[in-house]
Design a protein around this ligand. Structure first.
Ligand code: GDD
Ligand code: MG
Length: 334
């Protein structure tokens, strides 16, 4: 089975990390997010994935020479301009000649969903489109469904105003689609699958959905990106595990690392302590510095204390400085 994975977003909410690393290439447990997404699709029977890219395919092509990722064949479809979710799916599906039932996944969603099971559900219902659902506390920043007991979706509303929708089941960002869905999407124009296509399929009675209780996380914000790494370390994933300190990291023997991921090419000096954090390749944590609940791609000076911060590759905390809850460089500045 073939799949389209949407990776064309700008990763705005993950700045400044995404100034130098595209969101799908940020590592979770030492592997790029996209590799973990593709691996789960592969487990579910997907053999070929087309990455729907809004811009620059180079980082992806470089990362997966030979065009294979987690045992799955990769193709690339680069939109001439961002076409939004439906436009991107149509563009990528046309580019790779998809003409049969296929899978679509949001490229920023980490889940243990059994995709083969979702395909079975889709076929049993004779659905035109089937969506994976997950329960969340606050559905207002997601797509929300109202459905019958057999899974037929009556209504689909993207990002409803708070308090205007009932239920807590949201669109979890994995779909099984018939090629007839492609014919509903205008060619070469911006169009949203959530705002236009799904409501139309629902009103024709062809949209189904299935809720599961699998591990699920949208890595779109720094605190969630951090959680994705910590969840893996804590063994909260069904199939995947990761070691905290990569053998290629330069960690001084008397540095203390607790519940953290330290990448190859990161340096942690003597007496430093790192807790519940992600230290990325190229980061430097100086002597006696203390880092807690942070994501660091930049430099933390000796003796500094850093709590709940995000440092991009140009981000610096000076020696002895104490900072909490900051992003550096400030992504909102000029
Ligand atoms: N190629 C391409 N072109 N990809 C795009 C474009 C585009 O123009 N716009 C967005 N994407 C990709 C993003 O990179 C991401 O992987 C996916 O489409 C979804 O976009 P997000 O910006 O992450 O949307 P969201 O998280 O606010 O909402 C979506 O995901 C939720 C679940 O996490 C929606 O699908 C919601 O309905 C859903 O609940
Ligand atoms: Mg998202």
């Amino acid at each position: 089975m073939r799949a389209v994975v949407l990776v064309g977003g700008f990763g705005t909410r993950l700045r400044p990390l995404t100034h130098t690393i595209p969101k799908p290439m940020l590592p979770v447990g030492h592997l790029p997010i996209i590799e973990r997404v593709v691996a789960n699709l592969g487990r579910g029977g997907v053999t070929e994935v087309t990455l729907a890219l809004g811009f620059k395919p180079e980082p992806f092509i470089d990362a997966f020479p030979g065009g294979a990722c987690a045992g799955v064949q990769l193709r690339y479809a680069v939109e001439p301009e961002p076409l939004d979710t439906a436009g991107a799916i149509r563009f990528a599906a046309d580019a790779s000649g998809i003409d049969d039932t296929f899978v679509v996944a949001n490229g920023d969603v980490l889940t243990d969903l059994d995709v083969a099971e979702l395909v079975r559900f889709h076929r049993e219902r004779g659905a035109e489109a089937t969506m994976h659902l997950i329960a969340v506390d606050d559905p207002s920043s997601f797509g929300v469904v109202a459905m019958d007991e057999d899974g037929r979706v009556r209504r689909f509303v993207e990002k409803p105003a708070p308090g205007t929708s009932s239920g807590n089941l949201i669109n979890a960002g994995t779909y099984i689609l018939e090629p007839s869905v492609l014919a509903r999407i205008p060619l070469g124009a911006r169009s949203s699958i959530e705002r236009v296509t799904f409501p139309a399929v629902a009103s024709d009675g062809g949209l189904y959905a299935k809720a599961t209780e699998d591990y699920w996380l949208d890595v779109g914000r720094p605190e969630l990106y951090l959680s994705a790494n910590l969840d893996l370390l804590a063994g909260r994933r069904r199939y995947d595990t990761a070691t905290g300190i990569h053998p290629g990291a330069a960690v001084h023997p008397d540095a203390v690392i607790v519940d953290s991921t330290v990448a190859a090419g990161a340096r942690i000096d003597s007496g430093a302590s790192v807790r519940e954090s992600v230290i990325l390749s190229g980061a430097v944590i100086g002597q006696q510095a203390e880092v807690v609940a942070s994501v660091i791609l930049g430099t933390v000076g000796a003796g500094a204390t850093v709590t709940g911060c995000v440092l991009g590759s140009e981000g610096v905390v000076a020696a002895g400085e104490r900072v909490a809850g900051e992003r550096r460089p400030d992504p909102d500045a000029g």
